[in-house]
Design a protein around this ligand. Structure first.
Ligand SMILES: [Zn+2]
Length: 324
């Protein structure tokens, strides 16, 4: 049950992050809130098998999802899976269950991902959600990224949320769903929330929303830069995460953070990840974001617009991050 508890924490934060879509039927216990009920629905209700990137998605519309148009949902799921395939080089898991639960409204609601009885996500979708809502959605790709890495102990939640937050827009950019400018605009706005405040300790065990999601994402951006520098541009974070994904088989496995960093480091032939993890886990590390984004050539103009320029020591890396 400990693992459900932890996912419940992610769910609460995820709901806040997407605007807190509420469930229908005030007072009634929401259906499929218990992950065992979700797994039972994925096994027992009629599903549709989608083959993408060498993996199989078992897509189930919970209770037939009355009123929800199928075609836009199918296109949305396919696109998200293609983004994951672009990032990880293939589907990150061989079998993935996706339970779509219809709710009132016109947007994608909250979602939670589990791994203890197979990689699976439960996601709420507004009955009136159209292609524009699906096109804008980041939640499904975020959840799918959670399936790619092994599950970690509770203290390392920031590594998991940070990874999904960091990889999601990049994966979408790789298939042309998000322009690189948007990826960096989100990073600039978000990572400002990720630095520690006075009195904060290391990242391990943190429960503060900004640090969990954006402090975690900043860690992975710094890992990207560390790998680039330590290997003179020969390897990337993508290489490390692909290796971790292949070795673990995704979120049905449980690893320690140290194991994850070692496996990633083996892929790049350096110790970039292990060293950075040690620094971040145990003490508060403040990053100069103006300097960091300046090196990446990500500049905020005086009128507030974001400009990608060609000056800065890490411009090549920035361009590579969002390229296939
Ligand atoms: Zn998440």
């Amino acid at each position: 049950m400990a693992r459900f508890d932890r996912r419940a924490v992610i769910l609460g934060l995820g709901a806040a992050a997407v605007g807190g879509a509420s469930l229908a039927g005030a007072g009634a216990a929401p259906a499929y809130e218990d992950p065992d009920a979700m797994y039972a629905a994925l096994r027992g209700q009629p599903g549709q098998q989608l083959k993408i990137g060498g993996g199989t998605i078992n897509l189930v519309f919970a209770d037939g999802a009355p009123g929800l148009a199928r075609a836009p949902v199918l296109a949305w799921v396919r696109t998200a899976a293609m983004a994951l395939t672009a990032y990880f080089g293939r589907s990150p898991v061989s079998d993935y269950g996706l339970l779509v639960i219809v709710e009132p409204g016109d947007r994608v609601g909250h979602a939670t991902t589990f791994g203890y009885a197979g990689s699976a996500t439960r996601i709420h979708v507004g009955v009136d959600a159209g292609p524009a809502a699906f096109d804008r959605d980041w939640v499904l790709v975020h959840e799918m990224v959670h399936t790619a890495l092994p599950d970690l102990p509770r203290r390392a939640l920031w590594l998991q949320e940070g990874n999904a937050t960091y990889v999601e827009p990049i994966a979408r950019a790789l298939i042309g769903q998000l322009p690189p400018e948007e990826v960096w605009k989100e990073a600039v706005a978000g990572m400002a929330k990720g630095n520690p405040h006075a009195g904060d300790q290391g990242m391990d065990g943190t429960r503060a929303w900004g640090r969990l999601y954006w402090g975690g994402a900043l860690f992975w951006l710094l890992a990207e830069i560390g790998i680039y520098r330590d290997t003179n541009g020969a390897r990337s974070l993508r290489d490390a995460l692909r290796r971790v994904n292949r070795m673990s088989g995704g979120n049905t496995a449980t690893w320690s953070p140290e194991q994850l960093m070692t496996a990633g480091d083996e892929a790049i032939g350096a110790t970039s990840l292990s060293r950075l993890y040690k620094r971040f886990a145990t003490r508060a590390v403040t990053t100069d974001l103006v300097e960091l984004f300046g090196e990446l050539g990500v500049v905020t103009a005086s009128d507030g617009r974001l400009i990608l320029d060609n000056r800065g020591a890490l411009v090549k890396l920035r361009e590579r991050v969002t390229s296939q």
